[in-house]
Write a new protein. Structure first.
Length: 80
């Protein structure tokens, strides 16, 4: 029950965000990931890098699948 409420609040917050807010969130998460990555011992780095690559691919493909049609539509609407 608590998680549902948390997700509802997160959805409400995201509706109030613009692209600049989202960019700041992403930069914050990037910085946090870099700090965590620097703390990983050398012997474990290959596994962590592999996990990061898999997570990147698994999230990038669906995001681009959703974004590219919107981009194409926006670019084709520019022709005047």
């Amino acid at each position: 029950m608590c998680m549902k409420k948390l997700f509802a609040v997160a959805d409400q917050y995201l509706k109030s965000c613009g692209w600049k807010d989202m960019a700041l969130i992403k930069l914050c998460l990037l910085a946090m990931g870099m700090l965590i990555g620097m703390a990983i011992p050398g012997k474990s780095r290959k596994a962590v890098v592999l996990g990061a690559v898999v997570a990147f691919i698994a999230t990038y493909i669906p995001l681009m699948y959703k974004f590219l049609p919107i981009l194409r539509e926006g670019l084709s609407g520019d022709e005047t």
